[in-house]
Design a protein. Sequence first.
Length: 244
Amino acid sequence: MSAYWSLLILSQTTDGQSGEPLYSHSEPTQILILDDIVDGPYWEMWSLIASDPPRRLPNLDSQSINHSIPIGKMIVPLPGGSNPFWQGDWINLNCTSSTLLEDFSRKALDQYNISPMVEVDSNAPITLTYINRVIKRRLQLHISATTDILVGVHGAGLTHAMFLPNGGGTIVELMPFNVDHHGFKNLAKMRSLQYYQAKTADAKHKTQAKGNWQDDDVWVDQRAFMATIREAIENLRRTRRFTK
């Protein structure tokens, strides 16, 4: 995400002498990855910012690189994370809009030829999706873009909220016991989404939890959970602006 925005800014900034953009996607460019870690789920999205397929330094040979690309058009992403949306996520932020986030969400959906939901009859059936990331990436994004209510345990899967219909979707987050994280609540504000949190209980005797929220199962009272879901559905029926 940070690489995409960096190159987007370069493409919108002109050279003081030539008047040409500092970066142009139409020109031959090559991504060079320094590590040999297994390709992640968004590997193919490097094509958003480079004309040639990405190459890995450990596997590089004379036949695998486009020698017509000048060194100035070689892009080397730095290892590490610098996601601007994952800053201040342990506090409740007041940011209620983000042009950068909307731009990235739209570009990602365009990359897979996925159309967002459109404004139509508010009485249409409501689609509720529970996150289970075992299907192809494109289908995951398609489901997210056509979902009214996204339900999931706190974690990376809720990042799919980035692709819910702007102003017309709802997040229901199951927060692990004793965790007070605001990242997805802040994300909901930026995209004008409704946000609900289903509190989980300290139930180590039922879940064999070991005190690590990233690995432990969570336990939530069924009646409390269903009450939260009903509230989310009823509120969406009153305020809904989008459907498939």
